[in-house]
Design a protein around this ligand. Structure first.
Ligand SMILES: Nc1nc2c(ncn2[C@@H]2O[C@H](COP(=O)(O)OP(=O)(O)OP(=O)(O)O)[C@@H](O)[C@H]2O)c(=O)[nH]1
Ligand SMILES: [Mg+2]
Length: 297
């Protein structure tokens, strides 16, 4: 290991990189990352280019899977590989050169300071992120904060570090990009000490492997599903409360029409009843699911 690590540290550090068709950047990324860690693990599932070969030549341990299973599945594979090697710290970063390996020490320092899960924050770099992506990232950030009850400034950054404790307790199931939000929720549930450190980010025009809008919507939907599973009272209670309020507003309208015209507006009445019934059902669903989840934990 190079002198980039703190002198006193004899910690074993592993870096993991999910890589899908990244032959253009993977070599440089592995070589630059190796300066700061003991071992680099690249998970390549189904790349059709030379990602694996180049990663291996650059000195990485390559975990190659024949079919593509998604970013989240790659993160799960990295965690599984890390568990076999038992490092003190695992750092995960993107292989598309959006993250700067020179910043690995600042994540490591935060772990050495006693944190279990360190998330890079691109908050100070906002102006470098294209506008529409910023909007999407804000929506995902707020929903992830609701999901995890944390107050993060950036929830989607893939530049992260995990302590030995985090490596052993995190149980991830999301195979897609929603794994970033799931990791935050899991860390909160397991009572891990979470910290954020500022990192830089580069946006190359060709950096994207997915359509960003479809990707963002897909992740948002998964986060909503996770909120309904992990915070059912909040999710169904809020949805139910909104429906009940709409039901009450519509009922008032029905009464107004009834007193003005003297005739019951059947359509509006049905809408009011529907809002109220579904709203009350939703609130009860929230209460029941919450009771069940409390018993399960
Ligand atoms: N193994 C593996 N790696 C993936 C997969 N999808 C994405 N990656 C890698 O995960 C990292 C982040 O993916 P990106 O597509 O760049 O995601 P992003 O940074 O949120 O999106 P952009 O802003 O468009 O770059 C990159 O190193 C990708 O190569 C996948 O299905 N399998
Ligand atoms: Mg990227």
């Amino acid at each position: 290991m190079s002198g980039a690590m703190p002198e006193s540290s004899k910690h074993k550090v592993i870096a993991g990189m999910p890589a899908f068709n990244e032959e253009k950047y993977i070599g440089t990324m592995v070589l630059n990352t190796k300066k700061y860690v003991d071992e680099v693990i690249v998970v390549d599932d189904g790349s059709t280019d030379n990602t694996s070969e180049i990663a291996r030549l650059a000195g990485a341990v390559v975990v190659r899977q024949p079919t593509n299973r998604g970013y989240g599945a790659a993160i799960q594979s990295i965690l599984a590989e890390a568990r076999k090697r038992d490092p003190d710290v695992l750092v995960i970063l993107d292989a598309d050169a959006q993250h700067n390996p020179q910043e690995i020490p600042s994540l490591l320092n935060s772990i050495h300071d006693g944190h279990d899960f360190v998330i890079g924050s691109r908050e100070k770099q906002r102006s470098k992120i294209p506008f529409y992506r910023r909007v999407g990232q804000k929506v995902l950030l707020h929903s992830t904060n609701i999901l995890s009850r944390k107050r993060l400034t950036d929830s989607e950054c893939g530049f992260r570090a995990f302590s030995r404790k985090a490596i052993s307790v995190l149980e991830l199931r999301e195979n897609g990009m929603a794994v970033s939000a799931e990791t935050v929720a899991e860390a909160a549930k397991q009572g891990l000490k979470v910290a954020q450190v500022p990192v830089s980010v580069v946006y190359n025009s060709d950096s994207s492997t997915l359509n960003p809008v479809a990707h963002g919507l897909g992740v948002f939907t998964r986060i909503l599903v996770m909120i309904s599973e992990r915070r059912p009272l909040f999710f169904f209670g809020l949805a139910g409360a909104i429906l009940v309020i709409l039901g009450i507003i519509t009922s008032v309208r029905v009464l107004q029409i009834l007193s003005d015209v003297g005739v019951l507006p059947v359509g509006t009445t049905m809408v009011a009843v529907l809002f109220l019934v579904i709203g009350i059902f939703s609130i009860f669903t929230g209460i029941i699911l919450r009771a069940l989840s409390v018993r399960r934990n």
